[in-house]
Design a protein around this ligand. Sequence first.
Ligand SMILES: Cc1cc2nc3c(=O)[nH]c(=O)nc-3n(C[C@H](O)[C@H](O)[C@H](O)COP(=O)(O)OP(=O)(O)OC[C@H]3O[C@@H](n4cnc5c(N)ncnc54)[C@H](O)[C@@H]3O)c2cc1C
Length: 501
Amino acid sequence: MHDYDVVIIGSGLGGLVCGTVLSMNGYKVGIFEKNRQIGGCLQTYSRDKTVIDTGVHYIGALAPGQNLHSIFKYLGIIDKLKLKKMDVDGFDKIGFGSNGKTYKLAQGYDNFIKQLLTDFPEEEKALNDYCEKIKEICGKFPLYNLRTGDYAEKEDILNIDTYTFLTSITNNKKLQQVLAGNNLLYAGVADKTPLYIHALITNSFIESAWKCVDGGSQIAKLLSKQIHEHGGEIHRNTKVVQIAGSDKIEHIVLENGKNATAKYFISNLHPTQTMEITESEVLRNAYRSRMQNLDNTIGTFLLNIVLEKDTFPYLNYNYYHHETEDAWEGVNYTHENWPLTYALFANAISKHEKFTDSLTIMTYMRYEDVAKWEDTFNTDTHNNGRGEEYEAFKKEKAERLLDIVEKRFPNIRDCIKSYYVATPLSYRDYQGTADGSMYGIAKDHRNSFKTFISPRTRLPNLLLTGQNLNLHGILGVTISALITCGELLNIEELLAKINKA
Ligand SMILES: Cc1cc2nc3c(=O)[nH]c(=O)nc-3n(C[C@H](O)[C@H](O)[C@H](O)COP(=O)(O)OP(=O)(O)OC[C@H]3O[C@@H](n4cnc5c(N)ncnc54)[C@H](O)[C@@H]3O)c2cc1C
């Protein structure tokens, strides 16, 4: 007799969606999470009575009839989410260098074209071609459209890269850059990022763009409630240190020395971390080294600002900034010219419509920039401190970032009550990854097949889920969880239920 039908390792969005779907379909689920708080990147924390998001600033495709809305409806959480629709005529604004001009990315394809035509009146054909291609690509991903299908449908578009495509539709260099302007969303790299990544993400926000009011952790809380109501269990502060078995997994070993048995095991961890704690010889060295050798996306430096009361207006859009005219340059920063790009998110709060109480400013940071402190570990429950030098490093970087932000938002420093910084080390320690990568395994158009990770492993009862499978982000991880659940449930029946919900 097993403890559970399914053990899930990690309570990130991937683990929680799998837990909800499977418990709703009769499986007894046990989720084991190393942190005090569930949710992985959905976690929030509180400073000066202000809620701060660690990894979710806006979500796409949540209007009725759109894919994430349908899935969240099936999961029983859509009506309980506190959401705010972002500006229809410009959910993202893109700016370059020191001139004050911004370009708007709007919701609804017709409106998207209409708004950009005001800045690029000669580019109607290019904008139409762009939108048609984005829609065509999205149409080739069956689960994204909540239907079944096969890999062959998308085979011919997987090797197109975003940069080349954008330069092919127009000679207008500014428009090429504006269309790539929010590429911090997927840590875009000019000669690497496949067009399908850009398309699946951009399409979801053009369909509709939403902020979570009072923070993204509400998604985790609502899913956890569903899991409990369907008989599942979630164990916090319970790190999994071993996935044990030879021909198949028998049990997991917890840091507290206890075991948990199940028929099936789903790992929400990065595949490399999953391999590290799985000892079975069935997982051949070739598979292990393939996982280890995949590049991860770059890390992030996040500046979370608590504002003085009623000083900074709530912006119902995000602002993406590029210091140069090249939206792809951000990831290539040097020590001297960092930061070359940032995104500014105003957090939506229920207490006020006019002002916000906090801002998040996100830019890139490589793990190597903080590697000298890699022997430290710091979370809310385990804190050996990283020392004064690290604190000084964070402050110096925060002030440098603010110097750039201040050029666009001149009064920002006057509005700051306090600020808090996260680096790739913070993400490494909270998410349990090796290098604090923002979005996990980086997709590469030159070898798309290699960067698609299957939910199956060679161990018949060990499955993978999470952002490393197909696509990161709230939508991407939710769809990846359906793929994982499809290994245990009849996927056609599951999709029928979602479409009927
Ligand atoms: C800075 C930032 C901003 C983002 N902004 C957005 C946004 O605006 N919109 C959007 O859609 N997406 C955004 N994303 C992406 C999105 O948040 C992630 O893709 C998604 O939440 C990842 O979910 P996951 O389940 O794959 O993994 P994770 O959230 O990483 O969850 C993994 C879980 O496993 C746990 N774990 C690890 N090791 C162990 C172990 N040994 N034992 C037990 N538990 C373990 C971790 O503690 C964690 O809870 C952002 C990400 C970042 C980093």
